[in-house]
Design a protein around this ligand. Sequence first.
Ligand code: BDR
Ligand code: CA
Length: 321
Amino acid sequence: MNRILIDTDPGVDDALALLLALKSPELHIEAITTVSGNVHVDQATQNLLRILALLDLSEYPIVAKGKSKPLVKPLVKAEHVHGNDGLGNISELRNPDGSPRYPLANCDISTISGVDLIIEMVRRFPDELVIVALGPLTNISVAIQKDPECMRRINSVIMMGGVFSDYGNVTTTAEFNVYVDPHAAHEVFNSGVPIHIVPLDVTHQVILTGERLIAETKAFNDKMSKFLIESTQACMEFYRENVGFYGFHVHDALPIGILTHPHLFENVTAHVQVETEGNLTSGMTVADLRGDRVNTNPNANVYINVDSDKFLDSFFQRILS
Ligand code: BDR
Ligand code: CA
């Protein structure tokens, strides 16, 4: 059984990843923890409840709020990409009667912290729990610091983050999730837990265009398709002005794809290190991806390729079903 905890900072692409995961019957989403990243953790937690309300779940995963700031650096957010509320400003939208178009799910927030929930879930499902990390690694690194023995029993961490041969999306050399909390990423890569890393090199291969989104949702007139269109608009505008196409990369959905459609992905093992100090390179992930010949001491599976067409087909097939 795939027992999953998702750690997330929603975020438009986080929202797509969460929906894909919750609509994948082979995944058991036991818990979801939030972290500051794209938006402050308070907003991220609200966004999570808004996303959960889109689905008719008989039972909610356990939800807990995690760390509000990175280990050392001040928090850097990405509201310019994801909208002021992190979900393309859909929190401002109202129904004709004045009620919110995207209400919050009536789901309890755990009284324990995100960090303690991570530890608790590893304890509950030793060697079984897969942590999918879709934001900065702050919660996971603090959980490792707090209870290293327990955290050795994680099955694996599948993280979206880092960049190796491509350019970064915050600086020339750094990807957002690692840039925001490089010290946390450094801790996790040195902890000995099995890591699968899905860097920009792979997520940049999957482009969801505005045109494709309209075509896929045309036949539906339900809250899910409306959410897909309305929550992604600000992000696609940002891409049109800054990246050069009307669409966006669905970064965080890819780690979920690795769990549901592993045959669509290609990976190599490598020793990954994180630059925490460099003036020009803070948050850079460093690894030689030439395979076992140069990696005597690998600490991660690094994903390098995805079948983008098949991934997007399966994404829409699941999310709109
Ligand atoms: C990552 O940064 C965030 O803005 C996205 O949600 C994703 O997790 C991509 O670099
Ligand atoms: Ca994210």
